[in-house]
Design a protein around this ligand. Structure first.
Ligand SMILES: NC(=O)c1ccc[n+]([C@@H]2O[C@H](COP(=O)([O-])OP(=O)(O)OC[C@H]3O[C@@H](n4cnc5c(N)ncnc54)[C@H](OP(=O)(O)O)[C@@H]3O)[C@@H](O)[C@H]2O)c1
Ligand SMILES: *[C@@H]1O[C@H](CO)[C@@H](O)[C@H](O)[C@H]1NC(C)=O
Ligand SMILES: *[C@@H]1O[C@H](CO)[C@@H](O)[C@H](O)[C@H]1NC(C)=O
Ligand SMILES: *[C@@H]1O[C@H](CO)[C@@H](O)[C@H](O)[C@H]1NC(C)=O
Length: 265
């Protein structure tokens, strides 16, 4: 049998698809002939990024790429807003999604042990973890995704959840809870597959903004000294990890590391 292209014509919603890793996933999926819907917090940026993706793949029909804003930090309205996004992404439940990837994450000032507060610790769970739970609630209705091993949901944690760098006591659990959620959802949403990708340092706008504030020593650690391959990861490679989760109909409940072997250093 010739190897199938499992993303050809697949419908993929990429939360966080307006930047960094999520933009890389959207581009990867388009390169495979998928139909991609990206989301970010504000519509003007979503529209810009839709145009940028169209320009990368000028031969694809324009309906291959679209985008809708949804501010995932608005916890009061999160449930309603996520439902609205899913309604738009599926033409009101008439065109089910095959895959959802969630790489949305807000920029954070990591609370230290000296300055953490209850609210600053809790705030880090909103966009990464809570929205994953709300998404799952809507997926469980069966209105947006088929109950099939062909369907997948992929969330995001990070290497600092496995091997915290100094100062990451609070940032580490922001990702670890996502991995726990993923294992629970793999059981509760079966046969829909649910996985997590744990990236190491990946060259994105978020990493660059983090590095601008970091010490020279930290910057070196993120770049090459801290891993076995000698450089940051690129979103092109990181997108492949999400591709595995989407395409391998036998992978569920796992955390996929793409970190240049940082865990072994
Ligand atoms: N890069 C790394 O080294 C690395 C390592 C480990 C884990 N991670 C995690 O991987 C995820 C993606 O990181 P990245 O480096 O790709 O970051 P990025 O380039 O800053 O992209 C973050 C994405 O999240 C979206 N987002 C942020 N706040 C949002 C909100 N309130 N509502 C909706 N969307 C929101 C952004 O959309 P808009 O800007 O359009 O709002 C953007 O698309 C994050 O959770 C990050 O913590 C990254
Ligand atoms: C979906 O439903 C909303 C509200 O009822 C409506 O405004 C919109 O036009 C519908 N969209 C499609 C694609 O049917
Ligand atoms: C806590 O300290 C860190 C490191 O100095 C800083 O980045 C962060 O903004 C501080 N947070 C608050 C709430 O002061
Ligand atoms: C997953 O693997 C098991 C065991 O090898 C196999 O029986 C099953 O058919 C596979 N499922 C899919 C969807 O490929």
């Amino acid at each position: 049998m010739a190897h199938p292209n499992r993303l050809l014509n697949a419908r993929i919603l990429a939360l966080g698809g307006t930047s960094g890793i999520g933009f890389g996933i959207a581009s990867f999926a388009l390169s495979q002939g998928a139909r991609v819907i990206i989301s970010g917090s504000k519509q003007p940026k979503v529209d810009d990024k839709v145009r940028e993706l169209q320009s990368l793949y000028p031969n694809l029909p324009t309906e291959s790429i679209s985008g809708y804003a949804c501010d995932l930090s608005d916890i009061e309205n999160m449930e309603k807003n996520v439902k609205e996004l899913l309604d738009k992404a599926t033409d009101n439940g008439t065109k089910n999604l095959d895959h959802i990837t969630h790489t949305a994450g807000d920029m954070f000032a990591l609370p230290t042990l000296a300055n953490l507060t209850v609210s600053s610790v809790l705030a880090g769970f909103n966009v990464r973890f809570l929205t994953g739970a709300i998404l799952a609630k809507h997926i469980a209705t069966g209105n947006y995704m088929d109950f099939s091993a062909k369907s997948s949901l992929t969330l995001t944690s990070g290497t600092n959840s496995h091997k915290p760098a100094p100062g990451w006591s609070i940032g580490s659990p922001w990702g670890t809870v996502v991995e726990g959620l993923v294992r629970g959802l793999a059981v509760d949403l079966k046969p829909i597959r649910v996985n997590c990708v744990a990236p190491g340092a990946i060259d994105t706008p978020m990493l660059q903004s983090f590095l601008r504030k970091a010490s020279e020593e930290d910057a070196k650690r993120f770049r090459g000294e801290g891993n076995l391959v000698g450089d940051y990861g690129s979103v092109v490679d990181c997108a492949e990890a999400f591709g595995w989760s989407m395409r391998d109909r036998n992978v569920t409940g796992v955390t996929i590391r793409t970190d240049g072997g940082r865990i072994l250093v």
